[in-house]
Structure formats: structure tokens, C-alpha cells
Design a protein around this ligand. Structure first.
Ligand code: ISE
Length: 334
């Protein structure tokens, strides 16, 4: 029998999750959707053969829903994740787990009270084959001890006037998660540099250049540039004792035109990480069906990422290096 999933929020990411769950993931069925925009909910429901719920809390409690995807606006994540925990249903929440630390902490407390891992956070890069190969190179000790990581995160364009902090809480938060996961250690300090603004940056400090220091002394630099203009690109190079391993923009398509040969760059993250989203959802559905603990990034990872993002925003606002001090990780996540 298929895992019956309710999707809350079917904007850009929720609609993509509903599409993947309906057509590319095995063992799942989108059974119900909710969105504040009723018309959008009806459209996505029709494409997935799902029902439309007009109350997200009723959707979560519905006996015909086994698990919940939360892809609504960031400030609404906490209430839906807590409601799923209250009825002990697996929940995959898009990043951030919650935009504020108090919200993330309430989720941790609720999951610890349940006593088993039900929350997964949508840090899909952990499922990207390129990042998985980087992780494998570290685990298998093929290049030695990591020394530095150089990361590039570019978007084609951002909404005009978007707050500069969103470059950290919405974009660099992926590098925060990936660095913790790849290095298998915490980030201990951060400095944020502000180069002169790009031409597309209306009212926003864009780009940003962040430098993280890990507990063991690895330096991780991250360029975030959300009005890069030419397309969506994510790169990462890990420099280690005996070699380097790097992830480039994977594109099977080569364009030959006007005297040059080049690779096609996607316009946003959906095509770039389509396979990662599919693998993330498949893993989640398979674990849910088998009654296994939640897979992928945990609520603790979501808490840590929001914590470090907030310290980074403080570093941006003050112009000074800031240290990170995470509380002890609850036993459930060790
Ligand atoms: C967006 O919300 C995402 O999560 C994408 O993965 C990221 O690359 C982009 O910068 C964010 O705005």
C-alpha cells in the first residue's frame, strides 16, 4: 500500500514535491493538499489526484494521511511540524525548520518528548550525487584531512529589495548544513564580508562573502550572490592534505553556438537539484513505510543551521567576527 501524504503549501517547492511524489517516487501517493491560495491548491490537487483540505490542522489529523510535507511560508513551519508531532506522524519540513531559534527549540522539545525521530528537514543537498561523492572522499580518507572548503552559491535574480539577511537565512543556510555534514563537526565562528554591491542588487547587500571556522580549524568560505544574472550555480571545492575534491555544475547538455562550446546553466535550483529532491523524498517515503526513524537532516540539524545562520546575520550586521555556541545536543540525535 502507498504512503498517503498530505502536502501543506503548494507554491514553488510544495508543487514540485507533489509532482515528484506523484510521478517519480515509488510507494507514495499525494492524498491531500492545502494552500492559502485555494486556486493553487485545486490545480496541484488535480495534477496529483489529491483532495483539497481547507484547514491544514485538519489535514494533519486526517486518518487517511500517514505523513506530512511542510512547504508553506517559513514562519508557519513550526505550528505544522508541532501538530504533526502531536499526532506522531512523520513530517518532512522544508528549510528552515523555523526561522527563529525559539521555534526550533520547541520542535526539539516536542520530538524529544515523543521519544523517536519523526522530523526530517529538507536539506536536499545531502542527497545530491555530487555532494555524496565529496562526503565519500572524506569518509574514505582518499584526500586526507580537510583543510578548506570554497563554496559558491549563485541565483539568477532575487526579489527587488529583499533583506540582506535572507541571503544567509534562505541561501547560505544550505552551505551551513553541508559544511557541518561534510566535515562531521560544528562551525565555531563566522565573519561576513561585504564586497561592493552588484548592479542587480536593489537595496540589498549582494553579494556576501562568509568565512566560517570549524571547531578543528577548517576554513569554509561561501560566496552568496543572488543577482548573478546569468543563471543558477552551486560549486564546492574541498581542499585536503593530499588532494582536492570538487563539485562542478553538472549538466549533460553542451551548447555549440556562435563560435563557442558551453554548458547550459539552469535558471533556478529545481532542475539543478531535481535528482536530489527525488532521492530525498524516496528515502523519506521508504523509511516512513518501514516505520524507521526519520532520515536525512534531523530537527537538531535544522536547529543548528538556524542557530548558525542567526549568528552569521549578527556578523553581517556588526561587521565583527562572531563565535557560535550551540547547546548540548539532546541524546535522541546522537
Ligand atoms: C531557495 O530558497 C533554495 O532553497 C535554494 O536551494 C537556494 O539555492 C536559493 O538561494 C534559495 O533562495
Amino acid at each position: 500500500m502507498s504512503v498517503r501524504i498530505g502536502v501543506i503549501g503548494v507554491g514553488v517547492m510544495g508543487a514540485e514535491h507533489a509532482r515528484l511524489l506523484s510521478h517519480e517516487v515509488s510507494g507514495s501517493k499525494v492524498a491531500a493538499v492545502f494552500d492559502v491560495d485555494q486556486q493553487r491548491a485545486v490545480q496541484v490537487a488535480a495534477a496529483s489526484g489529491a483532495r483539497v483540505h481547507d484547514d491544514p490542522m485538519v489535514l494533519i489529523k486526517d486518518d487517511e494521511i500517514d505523513a506530512v510535507v511542510v512547504a508553506s511560508a517559513d514562519p508557519t513551519h513550526e505550528q505544522f511540524v508541532l501538530a504533526a508531532l502531536a499526532v506522531q506522524k512523520p513530517v518532512l519540513c522544508e528549510k528552515p525548520l523555523a526561522p527563529d531559534l525559539v521555534g526550533c527549540a520547541r520542535i526539539l522539545d516536542a520530538e524529544v518528548a515523543v521519544g523517536r525521530r519523526l522530523v526530517s528537514v529538507g536539506f536536499m543537498r545531502r542527497y545530491d550525487q555530487g555532494y555524496a561523492a565529496l562526503k565519500d572522499a572524506v569518509i574514505s580518507d582518499r584526500v586526507g584531512r580537510p583543510l578548506m572548503m570554497h563554496c559558491t552559491h549563485r541565483n539568477t535574480a532575487a526579489a527587488p529589495g529583499v533583506d540582506s539577511s535572507v541571503l544567509i537565512s534562505g541561501s547560505a543556510i544550505h552551505e551551513i548544513d553541508v559544511a557541518r555534514w561534510l566535515l562531521a563537526e560544528e562551525l565555531a565562528a563566522v565573519t561576513v564580508h561585504t564586497p561592493r554591491r552588484g548592479a542587480g542588487a536593489t537595496g540589498t547587500q549582494d553579494p556576501l562573502f562568509l568565512v566560517f571556522e570549524s571547531v578543528s580549524g577548517v576554513l569554509v568560505d561561501v560566496e552568496v550572490f543572488v543577482n548573478a544574472g546569468y543563471g543558477y550555480e552551486v560549486r564546492c571545492e574541498l581542499v585536503a592534505d593530499r588532494g582536492t575534491v570538487s563539485l562542478d555544475s553538472p549538466s549533460p547538455t553542451v551548447l555549440r553556438s556562435a563560435g563557442s562550446v558551453g554548458r547550459v546553466v539552469p535558471v533556478d535550483w529545481r532542475p539543478r537539484f531535481a535528482d536530489a529532491y527525488r532521492r530525498e523524498l524516496q528515502d523519506w517515503v521508504t523509511a516512513t513505510e518501514a516505520g524507521l526513524p526519520a532520515c536525512g537532516a534531523s530537527a537538531w540539524d535544522g536547529y543548528a543551521a538556524t542557530h548558525i545562520a542567526q549568528v552569521s546575520i549578527r556578523a553581517l550586521e556588526t561587521g565583527a567576527r562572531q563565535t557560535v555556541s550551540l547547546p548540548d545536543q539532546p541524546g535522541l540525535y546522537r
